[in-house]
Design a protein around this ligand. Structure first.
Ligand code: ZN
Length: 219
């Protein structure tokens, strides 16, 4: 079962993907992580993607899809493989169409799409309260997930800081872009009958329970 998780930054998407991994054995496949890994390892796709990343340009869809197909093949070769959770790709309809075509050519498909929906005001609050640890990037939130001691990482004791791209204006802009792109993408998957909208503005366990119920009903 291959699924796509769509959710704005601050929607709790990462946490919920981990919950699905534990419950269903699906492997998280984040396009951002894939890119970083391929570049770090100097793979053929990584070498092609590197100049785009260095210039700050978008990496061509074909390269990202190539990395996703690679990940799918590698994860299926493992015993007990159950499927993957795509995160970060596709972001628009042309990308979704290309992904569908490439998956079909490889005998694969997207089975379900989960949209983790959180009201914009709430996202703004969550994002502006974000604190990150210097040593390992552990993420805290002043409102929803504070560290035991203010300014100090629970795990490794390192200093917590706020990222420069977490200013209210920059958060606002990122959310604008996300909502503008995503509305159409959700329509695309709704027309395919694959979309489930989950209210993400609730306690983590309730959100997980609803996601599992929705995916169970689709199997
Ligand atoms: Zn830490």
């Amino acid at each position: 079962m291959n699924i796509i998780m769509i959710g704005a930054q601050g929607s709790g998407k990462g946490t919920q993907a981990e919950a699905l991994e534990r419950a269903l054995g699906l492997k998280p496949c984040s396009s951002g992580d894939l890119l970083r890994e391929h570049i770090a390892k100097g793979t053929e796709l990584g070498l092609k993607a590197k100049p785009y990343v260095e210039r700050g340009d978008l990496v061509p869809d074909e390269l990202v899809i190539g990395m996703i197909l690679d990940f799918l093949r590698a994860s299926q070769a493992q015993p007990g493989a159950r499927g993957v959770i795509l995160d970060g790709f596709p972001r628009n309809i042309p990308q979704a169409e290309k992904l569908d075509a490439e998956l079909a050519a490889a005998g694969q498909r997207i089975d379900a799409v989960i949209s983790l929906e959180v009201p914009r005001e709430l996202l703004q609050g969550r994002l502006s309260g974000r604190w990150v640890c210097r040593a390992q990037g552990h993420v805290y939130n002043a409102q929803t997930n504070p560290p035991r001691v203010a300014g100090v990482c629970d795990v490794d004791g390192s200093e917590l800081y706020q990222r420069s791209d977490d200013t209210p204006e920059k958060i606002e802009r990122r959310l604008d872009i996300f909502f503008r792109e995503t509305v159409k993408l959700l329509d695309y998957y709704e027309r395919q009958g694959k979309l489930t909208r989950i209210n993400g503005a609730r306690p983590i366990d309730e959100v997980t329970r609803d996601m599992l119920a929705a995916l169970g009903a689709r199997r």
